[in-house]
Write a protein that binds this ligand. Sequence first.
Ligand code: HEM
Length: 445
Amino acid sequence: MQTISVQEVRKALAQEGALFPVALSRRVAGATLKIPVPFIGALYLVSNAQTAHQVLTKHGETTRKAQLLVNVLRSSFGNGIFTSDGAFWKRQRKLMQPTFHHGSLAQYAERMVAHACDMAARWQDRAEVDIDAEMHDLTFGIVLDALFSYQTAYEAEQIRRAMQNLSAGIAAQGRFALLTFLPDWTPLPIFARKRRGVAVVKRLIGQMVAARRAQPTAQRPHDLLTALLEARDSATGETMDDAQVYDELMTLYIAGHETTAVLMGWVWAMLAQNPQAEATLHAELDAVLGGRAPTAADLPQLTYTQRVIKETLRLYPSAWFVMREVTEPFMLEDERVPKGAIIMMLPVATHRDPQYFAEPDAFMPERWQGDFEQRLPRGAYYPFGMGARVCIGNGFAMMEAQLLLATLAQHFRVQFREPPQPTRAIGTLGFAHPVRVRLLRRAVR
Ligand code: HEM
């Protein structure tokens, strides 16, 4: 274990953005780094696969979600499964798990493809767009549809504006660490905006939940809202009350679109920078789909498409860090970590460790052939986290990314003005600036 200063880390983040752990970890050959931090005590940065695996699995019971992060997220996530802990989290996770089983997910495939087809129909050859904003719009529409089966553009617009206010508050807290310590009632304009967003979203969702409860079961649309209302603990028969349904809906909304949007942004960047991979992808899409829209049944044939996504998540994991707070001291490698210490696992660094990935900075989707993934040591690749708190939307996200890419890349290529830069903020691994691109229509062969 080595010690570095908080100033050094801050400088690296400012210079290199969210990819800073890659160079930092290489400089110390993957050693765990300890950062003495005023007020918090110690913060540990972990890029070693085995250590990260241990923290997230073996020490699951002696750690919890870092309260620093929970402070920022609680006003929107409430006590949903992303931020809750202990017995309450366990109960909620058990209740919600069946909703995300493989068999339950296929029903969302058609809607995902319909949203992507709408986008492809809107896109014009040689038009310039901000691809990050386009991908946000797309995954935003999909998550709203999956959650609430939104029917009218008016309703979608109202909730979109409110969510934007809320997200601006969260984003500001990601940029200025000091704001993470302040409660949401702080009289600053950015908090006022966040509060305004929360209030409107609460009202809109409250109305939807009430309307849905009033509907006879057989007439309820098949979406996540219905699934949450009808989720029942098999042992106790317990269901969720309105407040809990609200918190889980917000959790799924926030956890469920930003991550996939930034993933798709990087997928386009990787394809533009790697013409050989792009050509292989096009060949697969033309052979399997021949110009028609994909369905869930095509997914097993779209193997290269899936590898493109896995490889992008390796180089640019949307969740580039996973944070825990120690609740009972334990040994982290050769050091006893005290209660209250924060451990930040860095998949973004581990995913580029040359021990596990030859040519770690190269985009090589073909590396995922055969049993490559099964042969990787535990903790070497975890874009969706590990252990009991692994992403519940993993299957949803992979299916979505595969279907969106298959639909859009059949008909369009994306040309970047310049390589996009990763964000300088703490949050998802998005972009530092809007990413302007030119859309180029391609003919299916
Ligand atoms: C590319 C897309 C996605 C990535 C990279 C991603 C990544 C992650 C990661 C790393 C975690 C673990 C966090 C931790 O341990 O602290 C997580 C948790 C979670 N994710 Fe995702 N996620 C994605 C998409 C989704 C989607 C589409 C949904 C919902 C529809 C979702 C819902 C959740 C929820 C609810 C949790 C908390 C689970 C729990 O603590 O029990 N995610 N995600």
